[in-house]
Design a protein. Structure first.
Length: 269
């Protein structure tokens, strides 16, 4: 049995409700026919032309990404400029595009839970609760503890290995002992104060600016900036594996492909 594109959207909404996306975000359907049957899904972090063509080569009917293809209202679709070029190519190649972005960031079992799992944090909890009810809370980031205290240098080695990055930017002495770790996939500099309040020894995230680093230093909070790309790419890869299990549980014969070769837009020199 094969689901429709609408069925896939509904399943994603069960896992990471689109109602929980940030007000500035545009997660959900980007391009596609909701009645189209989906037999193969290609996962990637970004909806680039390369990733769309890779999806086409894999005979996928759906490119499922973390970052949206369309962030804001379009006044024109330029065939030769992003995102118009990708929109046109998606239509020509009959490939749907869906994004699960900030709704997946805050959801249980989403990007930040995947990141906490990869970094071997015990009993992770929400770092910054955005919405809470008696039975369910959602929010950005996670905070948990390592099984044993470790040096900052040893933890950095673990993080570089599991996230696939060769270089990280660090605030903190190499011999600093860390145990309680906060993680925020993508850009988490806005949660420095929150991480400190929750007792974190170290915040792992990306896109840390100069003044954010100064704030962390004043709070005696160590930082590891592994980059926006690497903190989310490893997590979306793990999410894709678990989404495959969700598809199987529905009895849907859908093949899941993951772009293992996707690269950050900027290279390390």
């Amino acid at each position: 049995m094969s689901p429709t594109l609408n069925d896939i959207l509904n399943l994603l909404n069960e896992i990471a409700p689109f109602s929980h996306m940030a007000g500035w975000d545009n997660a959900g359907l980007q391009v596609g026919d909701l009645s189209k049957e989906i037999h193969r899904i290609f996962f990637a972090l970004d909806p680039t032309m390369d990733n769309l063509m890779n999806a086409s080569e894999k005979n996928a009917q759906l490119l499922l990404t973390h970052h949206p293809l369309i962030f804001k209202s379009l006044s024109q679709i330029n065939y030769h400029a992003y995102p118009g070029s990708v929109i046109v190519a998606a239509i020509k190649n009959d490939i749907a595009v869906i994004a699960v972005h900030t709704n997946l960031d805050v959801a249980w079992g989403g990007i930040n839970d995947m990141l906490a799992d990869l970094l071997e944090l015990d009993h992770p909890e929400i770092l910054d609760i955005e919405d809470s009810s008696e039975n369910h809370s959602v929010g950005l980031g996670r905070i948990g503890s390592l099984k044993e205290p470790t040096s900052l240098t040893a933890f950095i080695d673990l993080a570089k290995r599991v996230l696939g990055c060769k270089v990280v930017r660090v605030l903190g002495n190499d011999d600093l002992v860390v145990k309680r770790i906060a993680v925020v996939g993508g850009s988490g500099g806005s949660l420095i104060a929150r991480a400190s309040e929750k007792g974190a020894d170290l915040l792992v995230t990306g896109d840390i600016g100069h003044h954010e680093a100064l704030e962390a230093e004043s709070l005696n909070l160590a930082l590891m900036d592994a980059g926006h790309f690497f903190t989310e790419k490893a997590a979306i890869r793990l999410f894709a594996d678990r989404f495959k299990e969700k598809l199987s549980a529905k009895g849907w014969g859908v093949v899941v492909e993951i772009d293992h070769d996707e690269k950050a837009p900027m290279r390390e020199q």
